[in-house]
Design a protein around this ligand. Structure first.
Ligand SMILES: Nc1ncnc2c1ncn2[C@@H]1O[C@H](COP(=O)(O)OP(=O)(O)O)[C@@H](O)[C@H]1O
Ligand SMILES: [Mg+2]
Length: 255
C-alpha cells in the first residue's frame, strides 16, 4: 500500500513546494511510482511541473467537490516520471464550499482511496495556512513531512502545527505520524541557522532528516523552466540534496 505524505508547514516560503516537486522527481528517479497532489490554490507545484495552471479544465478542486473522478484529473508531467493532480485558483472556492459539507475533512482521503494502490508515494503540497485544505491533507496522510527554514520564528510556528497534528490524531486519523523534519534553504555559515538546527535535533532527534537542503540558486530557478531541479541541473547541490532525501525517505520506510 502506498504511503501518503503531506508536505506541510503553515509558514509560507519555507520550501514546501520545492520539496514536494523535487522529492517527487527524486523518488520517481529511484523507480517509485509517485503522485504529486497540488493542494495549494497558488498552484506552484503545478507550474513547477511545467503545467499551465490557467489551461486546466479540471483540477483537484473538482475532485474535492465530487465533480470529477481522481483518475480523470491526474496528468503525467513532462519532465520526470511521475503524475500530478493539478491545482489552480479554483481551489479557493472549493475551500469555501467544503466548509458547508458533511464530512468536509474526509474529501481528499476518499478521493485518493481508489488510486492509492497504484502509487508507492502520494505527496501532498499543502497551502501555507491551517485551513480545510490542510485538514483534508492531514486526514488523508499516513505521515507529515515538515520543511523548516532554520530561522528565529521557525520553532514558534511549529508548535501550532504540532497541536493541529495532535488534534487530527485524536479525532479522524489516529495513526498520523511525523515522517520527518527537513531543514531547508540552509546556510551553514549562518550562526542562527546552526542554533535553530541544534534545537530541532535536541527536540525531535531522529525525526530530523540527516539530509539538509542547502540554499541553492538552481532550486529557485528550476520552477521558471517548469522543471524539477534534477532536470534543470542534475549536478547542482540542490538537486543532489533531494536525491539524498529520497534515499533517506526510502531507507526509513524500509527500517
Ligand atoms: N533550497 C532553496 N534554495 C534557494 N531557494 C529556494 C530553496 N527552497 C525554496 N526556494 C525558493 O524560495 C521560495 C519559497 O519556496 P517554496 O518552495 O515555494 O515555499 P512554500 O511552498 O513553503 O511557500 C521560492 O521562490 C523557491 O524557489
Ligand atoms: Mg508552496
Amino acid at each position: 500500500m502506498g504511503q501518503v505524505v503531506a508536505v506541510t508547514n503553515q509558514k509560507g516560503g519555507v520550501g514546501k513546494t520545492t520539496t514536494a516537486v523535487n522529492l517527487a522527481a527524486a523518488l520517481a528517479d529511484r523507480d517509485c511510482r509517485v503522485l504529486l497532489v497540488d493542494l495549494d490554490p497558488q498552484g506552484n507545484s503545478t507550474t513547477g511541473c511545467g503545467v499551465d495552471k490557467q489551461d486546466l479544465s479540471v483540477t483537484v478542486c473538482d475532485v474535492l467537490l465530487g465533480e470529477a473522478r481522481t483518475q480523470d484529473v491526474i496528468l503525467k508531467v513532462a519532465a520526470g516520471d511521475f503524475s500530478l493532480l493539478p491545482a489552480n485558483a479554483d481551489l479557493t472556492a472549493a475551500e469555501v464550499r467544503l466548509l458547508q459539507e458533511i464530512g468536509r475533512e474526509l474529501k481528499l482521503r476518499a478521493a485518493l482511496e481508489p488510486i492509492r494502490g497504484v502509487y508507492d508515494f502520494v505527496l501532498i503540497d499543502c497551502p501555507p495556512t491551517i485551513n480545510m485544505l490542510t485538514l483534508n491533507a492531514l486526514t488523508a496522510a499516513d505521515g507529515v513531512l515538515i520543511p523548516i527554514q532554520c530561522e528565529y520564528y521557525a520553532l514558534e510556528g511549529l508548535s501550532a502545527l504540532l497541536e493541529t497534528i495532535k488534534q487530527v490524531r485524536n479525532t479522524v486519523n489516529h495513526d498520523l505520524r511525523i515522517e520527518g523534519l527537513l531543514r531547508t534553504m540552509y546556510d551553514s555559515r549562518n550562526k542562527l541557522a546552526e542554533e535553530v538546527s541544534e534545537q530541532l535535533i535536541k527536540h525531535f532527534r531522529e525525526r530530523v532528516y540527516n539530509t539538509v537542503i542547502p540554499r541553492n540558486v538552481r532550486l529557485a530557478e528550476a520552477p521558471s523552466f517548469g522543471l524539477p531541479a534534477m532536470y534543470h541541473d542534475r549536478t547542482s547541490a540542490g538537486a543532489r540534496a533531494y536525491v539524498s532525501l529520497a534515499k533517506e525517505v526510502l531507507a526509513r520506510q524500509a527500517a
